[in-house]
Design a protein around this ligand. Structure first.
Ligand code: DGL
Length: 279
């Protein structure tokens, strides 16, 4: 990014990507926290879920998506997917010369600061939990914290079904959380993009004594700090484009649009489908 700086650089969009719709919970927080910023969002709806795939596959997918986002002249990239942040961030940070952040570090930092009894729970996809990335980053903050990870593979489909307050979702969630509650955690990281949509249901299960950490919210704050530090923040001028937010997917554009319109604070008009394998 050496060739652009100051607010001319600030006018460029932020690239945000996820395996599908879940990263919209991160995009939503960026829209709230940084209303001047433009966003190009990519949801890899043809290849979702990422949560059960290998590291090599997720790295390849992430490289392709970042190559696509670069064609959109993005000034920075947010990996709005816990699985891709856990498995691919290290690799793509080395490869691409633009600022890239994931969703895990900020969630880990906030949880490490929040816990009093030093017992932190993390829920996420199988790949995120098996990667041990939350454990590693929490231990960088405080090696004395015990981290209890729990993969919850049934929760994403329930969220995508729209069963956010359904008794079935409550039973399944309770069953996943039981062992974390027995372990005596006092903080719980919602370590998957879909889980902030279950926040009120989870809060009802765990009660007031457990602090819920939403990495989507924390990432939007971290992005703001990063943009200020790199002199890339949009200082107020409106970017010279009509659409502040653009949405691309690799499949099922209409389904994506319906889900997006149910969780974003405004209705998306256009979702464009691209062939991500070309990148
Ligand atoms: N976006 C993924 C994550 O946050 C969840 C969905 C998937 O498995 O692709 O880990």
């Amino acid at each position: 990014m050496a060739e652009i700086s100051g607010n001319s650089a600030g006018l460029a969009p932020i690239g945000v990507f996820d395996s599908g719709v879940g990263g919209l919970t991160v995009a939503r927080e960026i829209m709230r926290n940084l209303p001047n910023e433009h966003i190009v969002y990519f949801g890899d709806t043809a290849r979702v879920p990422y949560g059960s795939k290998s590291r090599d596959t997720i790295i390849r997918y992430s490289q392709q998506i970042i190559r696509f986002l670069r064609t959109q002249q993005v000034k920075a990239i947010v990996i709005a997917c816990n699985t891709a942040s856990a498995l691919a961030l290290d690799e793509v940070e080395k490869e691409f010369d633009l600022p890239i952040i994931g969703v895990i570090r900020s969630g880990a930092r906030v949880a490490a600061a929040a816990t009093v009894n030093r017992k932190v729970g993390v829920i996420g996809t199988e790949s995120t939990i098996n990667s041990g990335m939350y454990d590693q980053l929490i231990h960088e903050e405080d090696p004395g914290i015990t981290v209890y990870g729990k993969a919850c593979p049934l929760l994403c489909p329930l969220v995508e079904e729209g069963w956010l307050k359904d008794p079935v979702t409550e039973t399944v969630t309770r069953r996943y959380l039981d062992e974390l509650l027995e372990a005596g955690i006092d903080s719980l990281i919602l370590g998957c993009t879909h889980y902030p949509l279950l926040r009120s249901l989870i809060a009802g299960i765990v009660g007031d004594g457990i602090r819920l950490v939403n990495p989507a919210y924390e990432t939007a704050k971290e992005l703001e700090r990063l943009l200020i530090q790199k002199n890339l923040i949009n200082t107020g001028e409106k970017a010279p484009v009509n659409e502040p937010y653009k949405f691309y997917v690799s499949d099922a554009a209409d389904k994506f649009k319906r889900f997006a319109n149910s969780i974003l604070p405004y209705d998306i008009e256009t979702t464009r489908k691209i062939n991500i394998e070309e990148y």
